[in-house]
Design a binder for this molecule. Sequence first.
Ligand SMILES: [Zn+2]
Length: 145
Amino acid sequence: MHKELSHEEALFFLNRFHGHIGPYVVLGYRAGLIANRILGDDPFAKRAHTMTGSKTPISCFTDGIQLGSCCTLGKGNITVSDEGEPRVRFELADGSKGIEVCLTDEAKARIAAANGWDDADRLGRRMLTDPEEELFMLTHHTPSG
Ligand SMILES: [Zn+2]
């Protein structure tokens, strides 16, 4: 469908779209890429439900998800609930397959240790390329019938 962005392109678009680089927007972007890999990258064939609420910085996760997965507010295939958690569930539009993505304790601890905008910017750039298994926990959902 669409080719994956280079790291430089991803940082450019995340910064243009979101206004800054930080761990949550970068991790949301990568969560979106995971969804594309597992559920396919057709932006009309899946939907996302994030649990970030609308309070920053955790809600920054939801912006990254939109760029990564192309599930967007304008297409109506992303919803947000108010748990205040960096966690997202992606499903195929027909509900036949889904995954839930959340952060590892290690990733959460690294984010908690970042201090100020410069630290957050550096951490976000690093997390763009850190190994996926250090950052994310995935749960696969099978159809409930
Ligand atoms: Zn942000």
